[in-house]
Design a protein around this ligand. Sequence first.
Ligand SMILES: [Zn+2]
Length: 278
Amino acid sequence: MSDQVAQNVYYADGNFMLRATRGSDQDMFTMAQRSSGEGQELPLLNMSDDAGELEEFLQVLYEPERMIPTERYSEDFARAMLVPLRLADKYDSPLIIERIVGQIRIDYPETFEAYFLRDQELGLHGRSAPSPVPYIALVRAGALEHQLHRSLALMLYDASCLGPLGHAPGLDSTTYDGAIVGRYALFSRFASIVKIELNCQGDEQREVCDHQDIWIDLISDALLKPCLFVFLTNQACQIQWTHASFGRHLCASCAYSIVEHLKSLRATLFAKLPDFFL
Ligand SMILES: [Zn+2]
């Protein structure tokens, strides 16, 4: 029986040959006798990998530009890198791992600033965030949980925003349940720290503002939203707080204080995501 040659990764001037022989209980790779090339005998290595997977890995190894996603924030990237990352880990290819990790950090940022830039960019193009499911699988396939713990926390947060488990194809129920528990902890934390003292003095147009009801409305409204960060961003962008939000009227000083408070709350909660989700 003759082996099929993987044309995509065949180089006529190569100086060794790999043969994929998955399914046996052999070592990672074994040196075979030798190949029967035409006029030339090349060392032949038997690899304990699936032929298709080995070909995917070698393509990335020899053409690193394949690791550059064709579309920004596309989960296709995460799917395409699953096999190359696993084999890069197995055969110790730090450069491949590093490039994949770098791209994951772009798609699932670790800093609050980068996260909001990503969401603004997605919003400008009328797109939603990439599905976290293939990214979670990618992080786990490469055992990158420790290295990418902030990004993973954001992925799990996004997973908790997807709705019922059936809305997240490919997500296992243990991961989903964990994400929901994290979400519950995040919202509880939010509800407990949202209130601040405004020390309203009133102004020329207004009596002293009544804050109590505002906080109650803000919390109950947030709890109904699928995404707390989007809610906080929208509220913090309400320069009309003086006469729009929740149908209430605030003096300019209180409106300013609330907006600043919500902005800082977003940053605080984002920084704490790993505490809630990991
Ligand atoms: Zn006021």
